[in-house]
Design a protein around this ligand. Sequence first.
Ligand code: ATP
Ligand code: MN
Length: 259
Amino acid sequence: MAWLLPEISGRPLSIIRCPQGSTRPCFFQKHLAAGMHYVDSVPLVEESGQTEDYLVVRDARAVRELVQFNTLEFHPWGAHADDPDRADRVVFDLDPGAGVPWSETVAAARRLRGLLEDAGLQSFVRTSGGKGLHVVVPLKPACDWEQVKPFAHAFAESMARMEPLKYVATSSKRLRKGRIFIDYLRNGRGATSVASFSLRARPGAPVAMPLRWEELGRVKGGNAFDIDSVPARLRRLKQHPWAGIERIRQNLAGLARDD
Ligand code: ATP
Ligand code: MN
């Protein structure tokens, strides 16, 4: 929990609650519920024009309360509750389609990292706890979603155009077979991605695990880290695998000119 809190603190948060355990139906929740006393909230205007109270945790007590409400998964926005219209994290979600070997998913993440580097952007990688990998780009100062969304879309499209047999940037199930879907749709106001160190409500209780890029080659799959293996890893970790991310100053301003 000490590792999870900084990943979600102060951000609008969606959660997945599993009152009957992870093998029974779970539900996704983004609004404050009755009976939550330590969890904070922030009123946010939704697309419909309506204002709703979004969940925000600011301390360990609030995380514990959500766990008592049977929360297994934590999915923050890529923005802070006090600045919800500007993103400080871009997330590319790499989803291997049926039949894609894990090594190809690793190669895709490295390729994406290289292309981002060419654009002057440092990135970080984590296992999703599911099938794939997330490549995360920190933005400082934060950037309007109106700028972030088209950037992420264009970036995914251009990678797919380079290797159309390997990568695809449209979510159509048919096109994804045998390819890796570069899902850029996490990058809009209100969209969420699983937090680093969050459990997943899936068989074997996997955990979304941030990695150093150098570790990626030794990882066996998107669900390689789970509730059994994570405690030992956390004990061994001297620092966050993404250490230094907070000090990086980079954003999307001026990128278009470099192309
Ligand atoms: P995988 O590697 O298996 O793809 P993942 O974390 O990348 O794992 P999903 O678990 O499929 O992918 O996450 C789907 C996305 O949709 C996440 O961004 C999550 O925050 C969001 N999400 C999940 N459930 C719901 C829901 N019921 N309603 C709205 N959004 C959801
Ligand atoms: Mn995914």
